[in-house]
Design a protein around this ligand. Structure first.
Ligand SMILES: *Cc1c(COP(=O)(O)O)cnc(C)c1O
Length: 496
């Protein structure tokens, strides 16, 4: 199977090249030209497999240029090394006969980004080897919180790689900052940029755009790369847990093979929910995909009207990983929903770049509305939902998952569900302890560590070991950098 570009039918590459390049030439995204089919028989067989076995099967279909042994090795390194503290890797919890939670936060950083970023480094180094590249891969990432830490944990001490993360000095939560500045590993560097997330991201983009620097690095055998969520290598591992959750519900007798289920996904960049759509295209019996947004509700409006308009106020919310106005992975969805229309996708994306806005044709809008249901809620409703869900189910939600729960209630509208629903949980409540503790108790703890302790003590929860250890770890990275100095610092760091 080969991969093409969402914007250019002339692009045809193998998986290894798509993964190493990240972005298709001409600015499009890589998409598979043919969707693998998982038949009912194969799905039934998968029920008896563990998470690693399920991952091997799905990955194998998308990576025909990798051997079975290579895929085994990648899956084992990602999920078999003990970095996930739940043996199910992505376990499903039952809240009621109609509602289940898929917990994607048992990895080392307590957010769902680990599901992909524990695998990407092994995928990308193997892919690089396949296309004949040697030397060192230098991964540069600007982060607003969750991605940076997950990338650091994924790439730490992976041979042949270096990982450098830039975060905005005053733009991440206390826990997120601690997670990054205490990062262990010999090949890691963390820098605080004096500016906001856009400054950090623009600085990284400028480094990538500097052909002169790129050439000098290549002469020294260093290839620049990013751990961006538009890389196919980040998307593909996310498809696995949709199949896995479905298999778990069959295994526990909650559904019968073939029954349709709905998924509710707290959404920012549209990566996670897109993986659910891929699972559906591959044959997983999925009814609706419910797309949940916070106050930055550009996607809700798009799903309802067919008009994508990023010209709007940006809100910093209590579910910060969903504070996004340009959902990059939506481009892939539009490609598939339009029946592979490269021209149409290209024109939408040009309009987005030039005017911040585009409108899809009626056919695409109707098809989209058949697949997706969009809703949103603000911070106040997020707090209320955290409290209400605890009361109703005895289950503590993080703010992102709470947005999902709120939108699920809107979707149901008080009626009995047509299908069973799986709510996708994207972070541990302990990653946002003060917000969650405030929502539950009405008390502002003020101090993050204090909130962690109270949340555990008063609500009978176990603190994830990686969060508990944070306050004892030495701070390794105290260096700040001005945005105009990012490039010279990288040149010095990598070229010596
Ligand atoms: C990244 C993230 C999201 C959004 O996921 P997308 O794939 O960007 O839609 C939601 N919740 C948490 C906790 C995240 O870290």
């Amino acid at each position: 199977m080969v991969y093409t570009s969402t914007r250019d039918a002339g692009v045809n590459v193998f998986a290894a090249e798509a993964i190493v390049r990240g972005l298709a030439p001409g600015g499009g995204l890589f998409v598979p030209t043919k969707m693998p089919r998982i038949t009912g028989a194969r799905l039934s067989e998968m029920v008896s497999f563990d998470y690693l076995g399920r991952a091997r099967g799905i990955l194998g279909d998308f990576l025909p240029d990798f051997t079975a042994g290579e895929i085994d090795d990648i899956v084992l390194k990602a999920y078999g090394g003990g970095s996930f503290e739940d043996s199910g890797i992505a376990p499903v919890r039952k809240l009621s006969d109609e509602l289940y939670v898929l917990e994607l936060w048992h990895g080392p950083t307590c957010a769902f980004k680990d599901m992909a970023l524990q695998m990407l480094p092994h995928l990308i180094t193997k892919a690089l080897e396949k296309i004949g590249g040697g030397g060192t891969l230098a991964v540069l990432t600007a982060t607003s919180g969750d991605t940076g830490k997950a990338a650091l944990e994924g790439f730490r001490d992976v041979s042949g790689t270096k990982i450098i993360v830039f975060y905005p000095e005053n733009g991440v939560s206390h826990t997120q900052e601690l997670q990054m500045v205490t990062q262990e590993g010999e090949n890691v560097l963390v820098l605080a940029v004096k500016g906001n997330f856009d400054d950090a991201q623009n600085g990284v983009k400028e480094i990538f755009a500097d052909g002169e620097l790129g050439k000098k690095l290549l002469e020294k055998g260093i290839l620049l790369s990013s751990a961006n969520s538009i890389n196919w290598g980040r998307l593909m591992p996310q498809i696995v847990y949709y199949f896995s959750a479905y298999c778990d519900l069959i295994k526990t007798g909650e559904i019968r093979a073939g029954d349709e289920v709905d998924f509710v996904v707290p959404t920012g960049n549209f990566g996670n929910i897109l993986a659910a759509y891929y699972a559906k295209l591959m044959g997983l019996p999925v009814g609706r995909l419910v797309c949940a947004s916070n106050k930055n509700n550009v996607l809700t409006e798009f799903i309802n009207s067919g008009v994508y308009n990023r010209n709007r106020d940006f809100y910093a919310t209590k579910s910060p990983s969903m504070d996004i106005l340009i959902s990059s992975n939506l481009e892939r969805f539009l490609y598939h929903v339009s029946g592979g229309d490269h021209e149409a996708v290209g024109s939408y994306m040009r309009a987005l770049r030039d005017s911040g806005k585009y409108e899809v044709c009626a056919e695409v809008r109707e098809k989209m509305q058949g697949l997706l249901w969009g809703g949103h809620c603000d911070d106040e409703d997020t707090f209320k939902t955290i409290a209400a869900a605890y009361k109703k189910y005895g289950y503590v939600l993080d703010p992102h998952t709470a947005v999902g729960m709120n939108v699920y209630e809107q979707y149901r509208g008080g009626a009995k569900a047509e299908r069973k629903t799986i709510l996708v949980s994207t972070a541990s409540p302990f990653k946002f302890s003060s917000t969650v503790y405030f929502a539950l108790s009405g008390e502002d703890e003020g101090d993050e560590l204090g909130a962690v302790k109270k949340l555990a003590g008063e609500y009978g929860l176990r603190v994830p070991p990686s969060i508990e250890a944070l306050w004892q770890k030495p701070r390794r990275f105290e260096r700040g950098v001005r945005k105009e100095d990012m490039k010279s610092l990288i040149a010095k760091e990598l070229l010596g």
